[in-house]
Design a protein around this ligand. Structure first.
Ligand code: ASP
Length: 582
C-alpha cells in the first residue's frame, strides 16, 4: 500500500525552515519553465509554496492541478515574493513523485479567477480549491467548535430531532417527502426543530442545543438558501434577560475564537418600534448614522397638501451630495423610491443655508428653518422625504434608501461589527399575501403579560417576548419566550382563526403535550450560514455553503432536483400531472 507522507504543509513553510529537508504534497497551481530551471507553485490546504526544479533532476510531466509529492531543501530566496505568504523561501527539489494527473481544469483555481458564479458552482470542487474559499469553511468550522465548547460548558446537551417530520410552523412552504408505506401521506422536512425542542423542554432536558439543518421552500436571495443550518437552542426556567445574556456570551466566544474580535457586552437592545422609526428596518445596520426623522409635527399645517394630510411624513439626510443631484441622478433616486415602495417621495437640496427647489416653495420660512435645524443640514446636503398613510412603506422605504446610500457612499468602515438585539416585536402582523392575521414569529411566541387583555380586541397592539440578534444589518438569529399556559395557547390559535380541526391536524400532538406540566421555556436559533457570512465578510450565502443551490433552487454540481423513474413514482403512488403548456 502507498503511503503519502509529508513533513510540512506547503503554506506553513517559512524562514524558520531554511536548511531543512522537507517533503510536501500538493496540487500544481502554476508552472513556469525557464529552460534550465522550472518553477512550480505547489498548493495545499494551508497555502502555496514555490518549488524550484533544476535541470539535472529527472521529473515527470507536470501540468496544472497534477498532484505531486516533492522532497527538497527549504532555501532562502534572493528576492522575496511579497505576494506569497511563503514568498521568502522556496523548496529546491531533490525528488518529485507524481501522485495523480488532472485534465485541464475548466476554471482557473487561482485566487484571481474571474469565472462567473454559474460555472464556479458547476465545478465547485475546483472553485473550492482556492484558499480564500477554504478559509470561509475554516471559519464555519471554528464557529461550530466554539458553539459546542460554550454550550457544553453551560450545561447544554446536544439532541438530534427528526428530519422526517410533520409540517412545522415557521410560515414558509414545506419541502414534502412522500411516504411509500402510507401512500398519499407526506413527511415535511422541518423548517426548524421548533416543536421538537419545545417538547424536549416538556421532557425536562432544560438546556438543549443542536446544529440543525432546516428546510424552507422560499424564494431565494443572496442571504437565503432552501436548506440552511441553525444553531438551535432552547432552555427552561430562564427569563428573556437570562436567555439574551447566555446568547451574548456565545456570540462573544464565537467572534473571539474565529477572528479574534472582542465583542463588548452587554449588547445594546433596541425596541422594535424604535428600530423601525429610527432606522426604517427591523434589522438595522447601525454602523452608520443617517437616522430617520419624523416630520409630521413640523408639516402638520403645511401648505403642501400631501404633507398636511399624510399620516406619515419622514425623512433622512444624506451629507454632501447636492452637487450630484442632477436630473439624471434624481431620476435614479425616483426609480429607487419606486422599488422601495415610496409613492410620495421628494428630494430637497440644502443650498445657500436653506432648502431650495421643488415643493419647498410651499414651505413657510419657519418650516424651512426648522427642517434644516432638525437634520443639522449644511450646504450641499440632501434631505429625502417620504410621505403616505402606510407606515411600513414610508419607514421601510427610507430604511432601504439609507442602506443604499451607505453602500453607494462607502459609509461603512471595513472590519467593523455592530451587534444589537431588536426586542419587543409585535405578536402578529397582516400577511402580505392575503391580508390575514399571522404570527410575526410563530404561533408559540409568548405575548407580553401586560398586553394579554388586548389579545382579542386589538391583536395588532399586542407585543411579544421575541428578540432578534442583528449584526451589520443581517438578522443573524432570533427567538422568543414560548407560551406554556394551555389557555393562552388556545386563545392565540383562536385569534389566528384556527378551527379545532386545524389545531388537531397541525399541532394536536403538541397541544396534548402542553397539558402535562410544561415548564416556562424559551430559546432562539442563530443562522450558522449568516454568521459565517458576516465573520468571513461576504454578502453571498453561497460562499459559505460547500454545495449550495443557485437562485433557481438547483444544485449546479449534481443538477438536483431531477426527474425520477416511473417505477419509483408508482411505488410511492404518485402520478405527475402534465404541465399545461408542455
Ligand atoms: N424556530 C425559530 C426560527 O427558526 C427560532 C426560535 O424561535 O427559536 O426562526
Amino acid at each position: 500500500m502507498e503511503k503519502f507522507d509529508r513533513t510540512n504543509y506547503c503554506g506553513e513553510l517559512d524562514l524558520s525552515n531554511v536548511g531543512e529537508e522537507v517533503t510536501i504534497i500538493g496540487w500544481v497551481q502554476r508552472k513556469r519553465n525557464l529552460g534550465s530551471l522550472i518553477f512550480v507553485d505547489l498548493r495545499d490546504r494551508k497555502g502555496i509554496v514555490q518549488v524550484c526544479i533544476k535541470d539535472n533532476l529527472d521529473i515527470p510531466d507536470i501540468r496544472n492541478e497534477y498532484i505531486l509529492q516533492v522532497t527538497g531543501v527549504v532555501t532562502k530566496k534572493e528576492v522575496e515574493n511579497k505576494n506569497l505568504k511563503t514568498g521568502a523561501i522556496e523548496v529546491v527539489a531533490s525528488k518529485i513523485i507524481l501522485i495523480n494527473t488532472s485534465e485541464q481544469p475548466p476554471i482557473s483555481t487561482a485566487e484571481d479567477s474571474n469565472a462567473n458564479e454559474d460555472i464556479r458552482l458547476k465545478y465547485r470542487y475546483l472553485d473550492l480549491r482556492r484558499k480564500s474559499m477554504q478559509d470561509r469553511f475554516v471559519i464555519r468550522s471554528k464557529i461550530v467548535k466554539a458553539t459546542h465548547e460554550y454550550l457544553d460548558s453551560h450545561d447544554f446537551i446536544e439532541i438530534e430531532t427528526p428530519y422526517l417530520a410533520p409540517s412545522t410552523p415557521e410560515g414558509a412552504r414545506d419541502y414534502l417527502v412522500p411516504s411509500r408505506i402510507h401512500k398519499g401521506c407526506f413527511y415535511a422536512l422541518p423548517q426548524s426543530p421548533q416543536l421538537y425542542k419545545q417538547m424536549l423542554m416538556i421532557c425536562g432536558f432544560e438546556r438543549y442545543y443542536q446544529i440543525a439543518r432546516c428546510f424552507r421552500d422560499e424564494d431565494l436571495r443572496a442571504d437565503r438558501q432552501p436548506d440552511f443550518t441553525q444553531i438551535d437552542i432552547e432552555t427552561s426556567f430562564l427569563n428573556q434577560d437570562q436567555i439574551l445574556e447566555m446568547s451574548e456570551g456565545l456570540l462573544q466566544k464565537i467572534f473571539k475564537d474565529t477572528i479574534g474580535y472582542e465583542v463588548k457586552l452587554p449588547l445594546r437592545r433596541l425596541d422594535y418600534e424604535d428600530a423601525v422609526n429610527i432606522y426604517g428596518s427591523d434589522k438595522p445596520d447601525t454602523r452608520f448614522d443617517m437616522k430617520i426623522h419624523d416630520l409630521k409635527a413640523l408639516f402638520s399645517n403645511c401648505e403642501y397638501e400631501n404633507f398636511k394630510t399624510s399620516t406619515y411624513v419622514r425623512g433622512i439626510l444624506v451629507k454632501n451630495i447636492a452637487d450630484v443631484t442632477s436630473r439624471k441622478k434624481q431620476d435614479e433616486y425616483n426609480l429607487l423610491a419606486q422599488k422601495f415602495n415610496m409613492k410620495s417621495f421628494y428630494c430637497i437640496k440644502v443650498l445657500n443655508n436653506t432648502v431650495e427647489g421643488g415643493i419647498t416653495k410651499f414651505f413657510s420660512a419657519e418650516e424651512k428653518a426648522k427642517l434644516t435645524e432638525i437634520f443639522g443640514a449644511e450646504n450641499n446636503d440632501v434631505i429625502f422625504i417620504a410621505s403616505g398613510n402606510i407606515r411600513k412603506n414610508v419607514a421601510f422605504g427610507l430604511g432601504a434608501l439609507r442602506s443604499f446610500f451607505a453602500k453607494e457612499l462607502n459609509l461603512i468602515k471595513p472590519n467593523t461589527f455592530d451587534l444589537l438585539w431588536v426586542v419587543h416585536f409585535p405578536l402578529f402582523e397582516k400577511s402580505e399575501e392575503n391580508g390575514e392575521i399571522t404570527p410575526c414569529h410563530h404561533p408559540f411566541t409568548r405575548p407580553c403579560d401586560e398586553d394579554l387583555p388586548k389579545l382579542r380586541e386589538k391583536p395588532y397592539e399586542v407585543y411579544s417576548y421575541a428578540y432578534d440578534i442583528v449584526i451589520n444589518g443581517y438578522e443573524a438569529g432570533g427567538g422568543s419566550l414560548r407560551i406554556y399556559d394551555q389557555n393562552v395557547q388556545k386563545e392565540i390559535f383562536e385569534v389566528l382563526g384556527f378551527t379545532e380541526k386545524d389545531i388537531q391536524n397541525k399541532f394536536g400532538f403538541f397541544v396534548e403535550a402542553l397539558k402535562y406540566g410544561t415548564p416556562p421555556h424559551g430559546g432562539l436559533a442563530f443562522g450558522l450560514d449568516r454568521l459565517t457570512m458576516i465573520l468571513s465578510q461576504t454578502d453571498n450565502i453561497r460562499d459559505v455553503i460547500a454545495f449550495p443551490k443557485n437562485l433557481n433552487a438547483v444544485c449546479p454540481v449534481t443538477n438536483a432536483p431531477l426527474k425520477v423513474d416511473e417505477e419509483q413514482l408508482s411505488t410511492l403512488g404518485i402520478k405527475i400531472m402534465e404541465e399545461e403548456n408542455e
